[in-house]
Design a protein around this ligand. Sequence first.
Ligand code: NAD
Length: 477
Amino acid sequence: MQEQEYAEYGDQYIDGAWRPSRDSGSIAVLNPATERVLATVPAGAAADVDAAVAAARRAARGWAATSREERIAPLTRLRDGIAAAQAEITATVVAELGAPVGFAGAVHAGLPLTVTTSYLTLLAEHPFEERIGNSVVLAEPAGVVAAVTPWNYPLHQIVAKVVPALAAGCPVVLKPAEDTPLVARLFARLVDEAGFPAGVFNLVTGTGAVAGAALVAHPEVDVVSFTGSTAVGRQVAETAGRGLKRVALELGGKSANVVLPGADLARAVNVNVANVFANSGQTCSAWTRLLVHRDQYEEAVGIAAKAAEKYLPGDPTDPQTRVGPLVNARQLERVRGYLEDALAQGARLVAGGPEPLPGLPAGFYVRPTVLADVTPDLAVAQEEIFGPVLSIIAYRDEEHAVEIANGTVYGLAGGVWAANTEIAAAFARRLDTGQVDLNGGRFNPLAPFGGYKSSGLGRELGRHGLEEFLQYKSLQY
Ligand code: NAD
């Protein structure tokens, strides 16, 4: 039996203060590298959700009536709080997600700071009033926001919703993922310290099926912003549709990275391997399919095999570690299941595989895996695995590459590599997907992020992300 040496939190952040949960039950938060309990948090239900939404509703008019300067002041203090808490954020995400400490610092802690800063700049500049002919068009806050977030980039996904919602003048109720509520509690503490009016931000931890569903269905919620799986996103959209609520969905992906003849093959393959193994493959926009011309296929497989050797999973607190565990036992089973299925269907194992890793006494570890001879119809080439698994697929010609790249229900991200960016951009225009990086183009926190097809509705980040929380009123003169 494990000695109890963890915190038992019993409170939710509602109406400007930490208050005892009105519901019973708790959720145990595990460290996925050690399988030990880190803490327990309340399993909020209808009573907590009602209290949080009521607080947000009471705060809505006052917050909507603030000037941009009155919103910039607490958001600047929040940004400064996120900056000051970088080490604490990093340690929290390492503990509850198992992300390697280097990656956690740079991305899990660093990206929310970048995104918050970007919204301060946008808020200072955004035209909330526009003259169109004899009309003045006012961009007004869209109302009470329900934000439901997943565990894979736990603070980034919170910030990508909550910060633009607050900037737009909307109060928010956040329901974070069950696996990673501790960084959400840390965020709530930073919001509290930043001094927003009571009720403008509220946190309810709980399960998706109970707290999440109650929040999305709540009649006093106007906007639902959801990030998570496509299956749950569909349910959320149905519920929001019944209530005629505005809904934004950031869902799954099965993104293709297409290497055209003439590209720097070694660079394209090395970057792809790094991309797909980052965060243990738990990235919705990961390039999980590498598409290579059949004449270069074996060369690409060889490069990928060699690159994969560098990704040995280990203790996420060790700065040398590049790959940590998966988030939980369920994901581990799921990923291994996909690998066994692919191998049974004739895929060739180039690196990794479904067998347990030796030498690790505990933790939800899977081997970073590269599969070759994957045909586009296999489950590993169609479905989101959410693990460190790269499938290499051969194409005959450009038409065939477009057909394979577009041949899934998803359309979130992608990459194209060619002799130059003009050729890559021409190919990218033919892809049914929300983002494409050309010859390794860098992530841009101001560019709209979101999906085509079953990868979602609406966009996050930058101006497009802010506009998700605005509605328009036209005054005719
Ligand atoms: P999930 O859909 O199971 O859960 C996401 C969130 O929804 C959690 O907070 C969960 O508690 C809640 N939830 C679950 N059931 C609910 C319900 N019936 N009503 C309301 N809320 C409910 O997904 P997950 O396993 O937490 O996250 C992994 C998935 O998220 C992957 O499919 C991944 O691709 C996707 N994702 C997408 C993006 C993106 O931006 N497109 C980003 C990150 C993750």
